[in-house]
Write a protein that binds this ligand. Sequence first.
Ligand SMILES: [Zn+2]
Length: 150
Amino acid sequence: MNEFYQKYKETFKKYEKSDKGKARQRKYHNSPKGRKMLNKAKRKYNAKLKKQVFEILGNKCVYCGCIDIRCLQIDHIQGNGAKDRAKGNISTTLFLKIIRNPEKSKREYQILCANCNWIKRAENGENKGKIPAPIIKLPVFVDQNMRTFL
Ligand SMILES: [Zn+2]
């Protein structure tokens, strides 16, 4: 396959750039198989960018130091996430923005784990009352006669 490709490389390239080639590619990308392939490639690309972004921003939650990448999120330091997202800064666009301008981005974004992110939102009132304020339960102790006291 590789040898074959090498031999006709120029021809293939020409075909890919031609209207016929482009139409064929479009057709493929719109087919279930092609869409699946595209999505897979997109996910892989996104994961690669995300890794770079996390490296720039320090790879751990700035509040508690959690390093489990599965629960780490990119947080807007000023809490203007909704506005930023409305501008189109989501997923790949956001990743590329951070990678292209790391120093500026470090002042705008930070990494928080999901827990710290929700706590920060609640404390800053960013959740618009969607999550009620936490009910803080004081520890209850039980004495020898099974009476509870605070
Ligand atoms: Zn945390």
